[in-house]
Design a binder for this molecule. Sequence first.
Ligand code: SF4
Length: 383
Amino acid sequence: MAITTPRWHELADHVLDGGVVTAADALAVLRSPDSELMEVVAAASRLRFQHFGNKVKVNYLVNLKSGLCPEDCFYCSQRLNSTAGILRYTWLNTEEAVTAAKAGIAAGASRVCLVASGTGPSNREVGKVSDIIEAIKSDTPGVEVCACLGALKDGQAEKLCSSGADAYNHNLNTAESHYEDICTTHTYADREHTVAQAHGAGLSACSGFIAGMGETHDQLVELAFDLRAKDVDSIPVNFLLPFDGTPLEGVDTLNPRDCLRILAMVRFVAPDTEIRMAAGRERHLGYLQGMGLYVANSLFLGDYLTSEGQPGGEDLQMIADAGLEVLQMDHPAGDTGDGTVEAATANAPANAAGPATPAVATGRDQKVAIRTRGAGTSEPANA
Ligand code: SF4
């Protein structure tokens, strides 16, 4: 059933009845007029509430190793020859990583994402990350841990899985037909291979993309359908942060309504998949960020890998203002196993005990705000 007319609730009915949208339907969502935007969001939100209720999954990024990557992904501030003024550091040790993770967990995150720049890890580095995962899990058994370490070699996904990792993130980033325009040092097929390895090892597959890198509407749809075909469990939707000192410096093709349409398109294509508002949401969704939560059911709290997000407390307030609730983990830190929690920190307001976090500039004419706090620094994290 191809629906190319703006009957968005009929399209939602079709999906709620077990149907799937066509590429033409998805394209129509992306090309819908502003006058129908609220209907598009309302229809997509029915799918979101059907599968995720009023819960928002809060994720927290820990950048274990920043910059110094030999790959040349054009969008990335950590790429080869990047002159972006980002933090550059080698591996955090286990204690530093656990401390960083705890900041996010204390603010309500039920998933910690351990990320390292680079082509892919050595076996020794996988061992290092496995130690960190075990330490985090020992401290907070209920927290999910996702690793994001680049391309994996045989056996590495299994090693991460055995150390307690729940998920592996490896973004496809853009459509296969656009991939050569955003990277020359590896291929789309390389990325697909790692997603398959993670899946094959029993890890939950997390894979998403970055919108706003010169792709066409058709290519966004192509990518969404590929992610659906790969049966990934979560899709981070990033909006390009055009860092100075990268090839995509100054590229600014998105507006807030486009970003909502992109989230809605992905929701229609993958209705029961976790869709995460990721980097660039503050800049590109702007005042429509909160509305994005009626379509997406997940976000990153606080700062990103190399850029600043809005204060973590504002993320939590945005969730509350939308009438939504943070998804709680099953066994938070201090859980005695008898239903009581000794240290009830999971919903503590962010920055409650720390210094006030200055608001990040959200305007699209502003330079990307570089992260200068949290992991890899002596400054308190934005969580
Ligand atoms: S996206 Fe990953 S692989 Fe590509 S340049 Fe950045 S850190 Fe390296």
